[in-house]
Design a protein around this ligand. Structure first.
Ligand code: PEP
Length: 269
């Protein structure tokens, strides 16, 4: 397919989906442990000058220390922001943790839970992810629950069991269809490798079927974002896949120019 045809297909898909579901299309940025205060201010200055269509829900997840800059600079902006992690406990002797109440105080309306780097490097079990998700919802913060399989799990064909387990553990604790799901194959994160479009389509459809089995009416299930090496070159192709309701973007969200270009590519008007 020609690039122009792909762009047209993306526009049509996004427009149809928005009309059908009334949902917002979500583009989220995960900065991980990157950026300085100065870079954050410059980024937000640039973003405040970027035109973002009404239906594109843009969310940025900066490191904790920069949340105050977001609170100050995004007061009149439609750009939302959130934390990369959240404590499962309410308050007390939990050195280094940041509670849902504190995040709400900083104006966070979203939080990531279960990012594969937290599951992998900080031993967060599916149950802990469920508890963190529950804590966020209890304080009016929408969790973006990251799920995904390793390359070994994809190649051995056990990935569906893994995804189901990750979703079930959250569902046991919280109303999963009040959250946002980010499908992020671990092998695609930061590697420049993305799954085949047919793999993304099959996996998103599978996740959608689990969300329906968790009680979501087919059109009212939690949005499912795709994450893992998304950039300006591949975003349109992935956006044309069914059941892709937006993106979670790491590396390509660190520069306002490339993040802005991605938002522009997803703008239908
Ligand atoms: C992520 O880690 O959430 C992510 C999507 O990273 P990247 O886009 O850099 O692969």
């Amino acid at each position: 397919m020609e690039r122009k045809e792909i762009e047209e297909l993306v526009r049509r898909r996004i427009t149809e989906k928005l009309k059908r579901t009334g949902k917002e299309y979500i583009v989220a940025a995960n900065w991980k442990m990157n950026m300085s205060a100065k870079e954050t201010k410059r980024f937000l200055d640039q973003m405040n000058e970027t035109e973002i269509p009404q239906y594109l829900k843009t969310i940025i997840f900066p490191p904790y220390p920069y949340l105050y800059i977001f609170q100050k600079m995004l007061r009149y902006s439609r750009i939302a922001y959130g934390a990369q992690d959240i404590a499962k406990e309410e308050k007390g002797a939990y050195t280094g943790e940041v509670s849902a109440d504190m995040l709400a105080d900083m104006g966070c309306s979203y939080t990531l839970t279960g990012h594969s780097e937290r599951r992998g490097y900080y031993a967060e079990t599916p149950q802990i992810v469920g508890e963190k998700t529950k804590a966020a919802l209890a304080h009016g913060i929408t969790p973006v629950i990251c799920i995904g399989e390793t390359l070994e799990e994809r190649q051995s064909g056990t990935y569906k069991e893994i995804l189901r387990l990750q979703l079930d553990a959250v569902s046991a604790e919280a109303e999963i269809n009040s959250c946002i799901i980010a499908y992020e194959p671990v092998w695609a994160i930061g590697t420049g490798v993305i799954p085949k479009m047919s793999e993304i389509a099959g996996t998103h459809e599978f996740i959608h079927s689990i969300l329906v089995s968790c009680g979501g009416a087919s059109e009212k299930t939690a949005p499912i974002l795709y994450g893992g090496s998304v950039n300006e070159k591949n975003v349109n192709d992935i956006a044309s896949v069914d059941y892709v309701d937006g993106f979670l973007i790491g590396g390509a969200s660190l520069k306002a120019e490339s993040f802005g270009k991605i938002l522009k590519l997803l703008s239908v008007d």
